[in-house]
Design a protein around this ligand. Structure first.
Ligand code: V47
Length: 371
């Protein structure tokens, strides 16, 4: 019986709810974060993960494309951005982007993950031309492009309605949207770490509008900085509520804060235990979001592999050729910022799961025999 595995007896009623398929409350979320019973928590999350996906663990072959790192937002947790005129700022022209996409395509990429800074020097046509050119050159590639923060910025800066921006991006080739920019919705924290960008309510509202336009999106949570457990549970509950309203989130990605070279570099970042707990609590609270991603770039490959036993069922992708935003993380761990398809397949099967290559919309492309 499951009860025998629970060292923390406070998890018992939660286990009963999980077994009955009932939704967990805000208070349940706080209890889960506060427990030291890592095995008990992991067991519960693993039960839900196996109920939803069995042994399947998804990954894709993708490349990140970060067209510009020039950004006015000045987020305290970000080491990628450069202010206008600051040394190290760049904007790729569209030909360069096509060249990078072509390299990725030649290596089997099915997805381009496109995000960049809020660069007031660029016209809106730069972004639509980028999408339409990529779509014309590589019609079979899925363009997962622009976060809710970028869409909010496009609407405000280029003076268009949200619907107009979404339609123009869609018409140019945007197939889905990545989950970045959600950070932490709690206003007090958000004001301290990213006061210049889209607030949490607006991020959620725009997700709803993008979903209404028939476009799937992902959702993230940046944790392990100055937020507390209440802020995390609040974030998860707000996402769950938005999913009830609009239903278009495919995947949730908890992002472990990596402090070096940010304005919060004095913070330690989350521990390995915290990373596993956060994956597990996310799986348990987000009963209406299908997939939980163990983003190996932030977790490291070994912990991402372990996270598959704590509720995660997606390993993200190969991220061929890196991408500048990704390189700004884990720069001091060179063997951690690349993963071949063979390596991901091995990491997943070593962990006892079944590697399934997918496209961006989670259609299986190929299953790999169990090792
Ligand atoms: O929004 C920025 C985070 C996000 C740091 O949708 C940091 O499939 C940790 O959203 N330490 C962008 N995180 C990345 C992102 C993402 C990644 C992988 C897959 C998907 C998806 C989306 O990265 C930002 C921010 O929350 N971030 N700086 C940092 N120092």
């Amino acid at each position: 019986m499951l009860e025998n595995f629970l060292v923390d007896r406070r998890l018992l009623p939660i286990a009963e709810s999980v077994m009955a398929g009932e939704r967990l409350s805000f208070e349940n979320g706080l209890t889960l974060f506060s427990t030291d019973d890592l095995h008990g928590l992991g067991r519960l999350a693993d039960m839900v993960r196996r109920r939803k996906h069995g042994r399947a663990t998804y990954f894709n072959v993708n490349r990140h494309l970060n067209p510009t790192n020039i950004c006015y937002a000045d987020c305290k947790f970000c080491s990628f951005f450069r202010k206008p005129r600051q040394e190290g700022g760049y904007t790729h022209n569209i030909d360069e982007c096509v060249r990078m996409a072509g390299e990725a395509r030649a290596q089997g990429a099915t997805e381009l993950h496109i995000v960049g800074g809020l660069n007031t020097w660029l016209p809106f046509s730069y972004f639509t031309d980028l999408l339409s050119t990529l779509k014309r050159e590589f019609p079979e590639m899925h363009l997962k492009a622009f976060t809710m923060v970028e869409i909010d910025y496009f609407a405000r800066f280029y003076k268009m309605s949200d619907e107009e921006v979404i339609e123009k991006l869609k018409a140019a080739g945007m197939d889905s949207c990545p989950g970045g920019g959600a950070e932490i919705f709690a206003e007090g924290v958000r004001r301290q770490i990213c006061s210049h960008k889209t607030d949490g309510g607006r991020w959620l509202e725009l997700s709803g509008k993008v979903h209404a336009a028939g476009v799937k999106t992902n959702a993230t949570m940046l944790y392990g900085h100055i937020e507390n457990h209440e802020d995390r549970v609040d974030h998860l509950v707000k996402l769950r509520e938005q999913q009830e309203r609009s239903g278009g989130f495919q995947c949730f990605i908890p992002l472990a804060f990596y402090p070096p070279e940010t304005q919060l570099a004095h913070l330690p970042g989350p521990s390995g235990i915290d990373n596993l707990k956060t994956i597990a609590v996310s799986r348990l609270m987000l009963d209406n979001i299908d997939h939980i991603k163990a983003y190996w770039v932030m977790l490291g490959k070994r912990l991402a592999q372990t996270a598959l036993h704590f509720g995660a069922n997606d390993f993200d992708g190969t991220i061929l050729g890196g991408g500048e935003l990704m390189e700004s993380y884990l720069a001091d761990a060179p063997d951690e910022n690349q993963a071949t398809k063979d390596e991901i397949v091995r990491l997943i099967s070593e962990a006892g799961f079944l590697p399934v290559e997918r496209d961006t919309l989670y259609h299986p492309l190929r299953e790999y025999a169990a090792a």
